[in-house]
Design a protein around this ligand. Structure first.
Ligand code: 4AD
Ligand code: MG
Length: 461
């Protein structure tokens, strides 16, 4: 049921030409004289119905063709007299590649919980819901490249192994070839000199710093790749390995940055709505009844732009009994973020100008000396989808901020150099790809939008 193959057969005058289908059996129903097989090849949600006559050569195979078996069928594509499908295939020849023992195959036709399906992540893409999810994931990734290419951004592959912690949060996974137990009394520097890279190395938490170097050479660039955080928080929104889209623009300020974030989110959402209507409908029916309304709010509104100080005032006045107290200077929690965009404004909100204490060292210090030109995009269901800022392009200020945040300027000599030679004002952000997928499908756990999720104490598959 390869989409193009079926289409070709449907549009040709010879619709009765033999057609070939390769896929997995979803169900078999037996009737008098023949059986119906529902076959799916993963290309779309719909199955195609195949009819196998019992006294044909293929009929002899039927007893072994159960749910989960892999088959190839050649036959004639004909209009279906039955209900539920326009076309069906009358089998002429059937090849059975692999059986699936009904005693042990876990995906028999019934509803399974998401928790159970996580334990069989190698099989879950064969279900309707996860097939749809991962087709949407693929289309979404394509839409990212298309968006940036159409705007003249270059795609940069930033390194995955790194010696610097971009966010300064100490969440680097270590990369090493050292034996697990260093000799007693050895200092950290001595130990890492013996290591593969001759210094402490880790998996990247962000490609931003490298993107900044390139934006000061090629102009607008973006990265799109995996990032890793050893954040020991077992929340439905955090994964240890996730994908991030990080554009960086030269000669761009915070307002340009917010424009770009809004445009990107709308472009990606529109792309999914247009290219995956059938898959999306499954989520609107079975996962989140308000999904289409929510997507409408994302597509057809101008996003609110709200200084952090005003966001705090709105939250204080809300009278809502939040689990975490709201006060100026504290980071917004998911419950606060969701209150702002779901209850108060009922559309996405860009909060900007955060206190410098709760943001990273590289964000540009505002003239008030206390806030930085940071911005977070908050969306219904998810909370923070995007985090970004205008970058500190002034050498002296950046040098001071590095020291203030307890880092060593010597480790960032190359990052500082960009401010010594031809510095420009520039801005960028990171969009969490999985958080986008949660927003667009209504799925509430990040583990269910990642093919093989990595979270604390989970490393199966
Ligand atoms: O806000 P964050 O930490 O920003 C950065 O990493 C910047 N260097 C981005 C930049 O300016 N180039 O992360 C950006 C986004 C978050 O808004 C969130 O959507 C997602 O990445 N994110 C995670 N997604 C899944 N699991 C995690 N542990 C995540 N941490 C951040
Ligand atoms: Mg953030």
């Amino acid at each position: 049921m390869n989409r193009t193959r079926v289409k070709a057969a449907l549009t040709s005058d010879t619709a009765l030409d033999p057609i070939r289908i390769q896929g997995w059996v979803r169900t078999r129903r037996d009737s008098k004289g023949f059986s119906f097989l529902e076959i799916n090849d993963g290309s779309c949600l719909k199955n195609i119905q195949v009819i196998v006559e019992h006294n044909s050569p293929a009929g002899a195979l039927l007893k072994d063709i159960q749910t989960g078996a892999s088959v190839e069928v050649t036959g004639a594509l004909v209009e279906s007299p039955g209900k539920g499908q326009k076309w069906e295939v009358k089998a002429r020849e059937v090849t059975l590649f692999g059986t699936a023992d009904p005693e042990s195959y876990p995906l028999q036709k019934k509803r399974h919980s998401d928790e159970f399906l996580r334990t069989i992540a190698h099989l879950r893409p064969r279900t309707n819901k996860y097939g749809a999810l991962f087709r949407i994931r693929s289309e979404s990734a394509f839409s990212v490249h298309q968006f940036f290419r159409d705007r003249g951004f270059f795609y940069l592959q930033s390194p995955i192994i790194t010696g610097s912690d971009c966010e300064g949060a100490g969440e680097l996974f270590r990369v090493t070839t050292l034996p697990p137990f260093p000799p007693a009394g050895a200092s950290k520097t001595d130990v890492f000199q013996e290591d593969f890279f001759g210094k402490e190395a880790g998996l990247t938490v962000s490609g931003q710093l490298e993107a900044e170097l390139f934006t000061c050479a090629l102009g607008n660039v973006y990265t799109f790749g995996p990032t890793f955080r050893a954040e020991n928080s077992n929340t439905p929104r955090h994964a240890a390995e996730f994908w991030m889209i990080e554009p960086e623009m030269a000669f761009a300020d915070l307002s340009d940055n917010m424009d770009l974030a809004e445009d990107l989110v709308k472009h990606m959402t529109r792309h999914v709505v247009e290219k995956c209507p059938e898959d999306l409908e499954l989520f609107a029916r079975f996962v989140d009844k308000d999904l289409m309304e929510n997507l409408d709010a994302i597509l057809n509104n101008t996003y609110v732009r709200l200084p952090y100080a005003e966001a705090v005032q709105i939250l204080e006045k809300s009278g809502k009994p939040f689990e975490f107290p709201v006060k100026f200077g504290a980071d917004l929690q998911t419950e606060h973020e969701r209150y702002l965009c779901e209850t108060h404004f009922k559309k996405p909100v860009l909060v900007y100008d955060y206190p410098k204490e709760i943001k990273a060292f590289y964000m540009r210090l505002n003239d008030d000396g206390t806030t930085v030109a940071a911005m977070d995009l908050l969306v219904p269901r998810v909370g923070e989808l995007v985090g970004g800022s205008q970058r500190e392009e002034r050498y002296e200020v950046l040098h001071r901020r590095i020291l203030e945040t307890g880092m060593d300027p010597a480790d960032y000599w190359w990052y500082l150099d960009i401010r010594r030679y031809g510095t420009v004002y520039h801005s960028g952000f990171g969009l969490g790809f999985e958080r986008f997928l949660m927003m667009v499908t209504g799925v509430t756990n990040i583990r269910d939008v990642i093919p093989f999720p990595r979270t604390p104490k989970h490393l199966e598959f």
